[in-house]
Design a protein around this ligand. Structure first.
Ligand code: 5GP
Ligand code: ZN
Length: 110
């Protein structure tokens, strides 16, 4: 998708070190970390929001199946928070679905 920063990162047009990559997703560090460790798990297909569409469900499902296998490597073994911001009220700034992984410290309640 044109003008999508995450599509550009996925395409390699904007350099961003990948901590993990497979055919479905990449994991990168958030450029403005909101916790000691802050990663973004980004499906390679462009779509903005969670959806009942089968392919999009599959893409999200594959991310969630992979995340627990990466936790130790990412330094999140003591616990972490998973966040998906949705739309304007949800505080979503990038309209390409992504899963925040936050940890590396005791997070504040919200
Ligand atoms: P959202 O607010 O859409 O849920 O989250 C977007 C996240 O993407 C923000 O936490 C922001 O810091 C991060 N971000 C925006 N642009 C870039 C970028 O170019 N590289 C990386 N690594 N993270 C980015
Ligand atoms: Zn995109």
């Amino acid at each position: 998708m044109e003008n999508c920063i995450f599509c550009k990162i996925i395409a390699g047009e904007i350099p961003s070190p990948r901590l993990y990559e497979d055919e479905n997703m990449i994991v990168i560090r958030d450029i403005e970390p909101k916790a000691k460790l802050h990663y973004l798990c980004i499906p390679k297909t462009h779509f903005p929001l969670l959806s009942a569409d089968e392919e999009k469900v599959e893409a999200v499902k594959r991310c969630f199946a992979k995340i627990p296998t990466l936790v130790e490597t990412l330094g999140l073994g003591d616990g972490y928070r998973v966040v998906i911001n949705q739309g304007e009220n949800g505080g979503q700034a990038v309209a390409h679905l992504h899963i925040h992984l936050l940890g590396g410290e005791k997070l504040k309640d919200f």
